[in-house]
Design a protein around this ligand. Structure first.
Ligand code: A3P
Length: 332
């Protein structure tokens, strides 16, 4: 682990700002180079950059009051988290902000501010444990944690989990762009070939990708009232259908009047890539963890990976996906 001066670099790269407990654990964990900060650490079967691991440990230890009314957005990184956060926030707050294009919080706040990450935001500081008791219900949080690593209180409560994933080809390309943008020093850009090898071997942020998806896929079959699984591609293809399903799942379905008045279309428009990515707040500014807001908006399309991956790479990812997920009845 490096020990850089901390005020010069963004929080997500501050590797020395972790607790002694985290440092001791890291000394025992498998380690790999790459992607974002100098190392990834494998904890409970999944890979995290150093600062993220601090947050994982802290939220596992301290997020012990998950409520039945909580809603947790869980995603594999780069599968559309920002979009789902915006949609869910707008859905739950539609009565509070009926004039969506006038005074809606999404017009002035980034979706990650409105729906904070447990491990990357709320519990990311080694010395601070947030008091979340005063947040009105339903509380809306998010995480990239795999099912096996969720805090025990999340498993034990009847909170709702909204799980979103995206086909691994586009997820990989999106992650490759994102991490290169966030690395800061243009000199050490991750090469596509090297990153691809790592991704296929399961070594990516919160990877292995396939095991992450599989964990939630299996649980969503066993616990359909608790976990709703969504695919980015489905959301792009039929957003109003997915939004209606989502509304029903979290217990606030759209009324016939709302449908007739165009509330669904308004929410979809407000949360569209075109609107969100062009808002001033999302063109500048940073998250509390240091990432620039604009890094979360690139292209927002299905199939962009075809512009980057060779036919062999595509075939290789398809084979892995079929082998690891198709066998369990899951396909993108
Ligand atoms: P691309 O890099 O393929 O463009 P996450 O939010 O999980 O970090 O995922 C980021 C990906 O979602 C990026 O994909 C980003 O462009 C896309 N995205 C962000 N906002 C979106 C929106 N409102 N609608 C659709 N896609 C969106």
């Amino acid at each position: 682990m490096s020990s850089q001066p901390n005020n010069a670099i963004p929080k997500y790269l501050q590797e020395s700002e972790v607790s002694q407990e985290c440092k001791d654990l890291i000394a025992t964990l498998p380690m790999e180079k790459g992607w974002l900060a100098s190392h990834l650490h494998q904890y409970q079967g999944f890979w995290y950059f150093t600062r993220q691991l601090q947050g994982v440990l802290s939220c596992q230890k301290h997020f012990n009051n998950s409520l039945n009314s909580d809603i947790l957005i869980v995603t594999t990184p780069k599968s559309g988290t920002t979009w789902l956060k915006a949609l869910t926030f707008a859905l739950l707050n539609r009565h509070k902000y009926p004039k969506m294009f006038e005074n809606h919080p999404l017009l002035t706040k980034n979706p990650h501010f409105l729906v904070p990450f447990l491990e990357l935001d709320l519990y990311n500081d080694k010395d601070l444990v947030p008091d979340l008791n005063s947040i009105p219900s339903p509380r809306l949080f998010s995480t990239h944690l795999p099912y096996v690593s969720l805090p025990k209180s999340v498993i034990d409560s009847n909170c709702k989990i909204l799980y979103l994933c995206r086909n691994p080809k586009d997820t990989f390309i999106s992650l490759w762009h994102f991490t290169n943008k966030l690395k800061l020093d243009g000199t050490s850009t991750n090469s596509l070939e090297d990153s691809f090898k790592k991704f296929c071997n399961g070594v990516s942020i919160c990877g292995p990708f396939w095991e992450h998806v599989l964990g939630y896929w299996k649980e969503s079959l066993d616990q359909p009232k608790k976990i709703m699984l969504m695919r980015y591609e489905e959301m792009k293809k039929n957003p109003s259908f997915v939004l209606k399903e989502l509304a029903r799942f979290v217990g606030c379905p759209f009324s016939k009047e709302e449908e007739d008045e165009g509330v669904i279309d308004d929410i979809l428009k407000l949360c569209s890539f075109k609107i969100l990515s062009n808002l001033e707040v999302n063109k500048k500014g940073k998250l509390s963890s240091g990432e620039e807001h604009r890094a979360f908006f690139r292209l927002g399309e299905v199939g962009d990976s075809n512009n980057y991956l060779t036919a062999e790479m595509i075939e290789q990812l398809d084979i892995i996906t079929e082998k690891k997920l198709g066998h369990y009845g899951f396909r993108f």
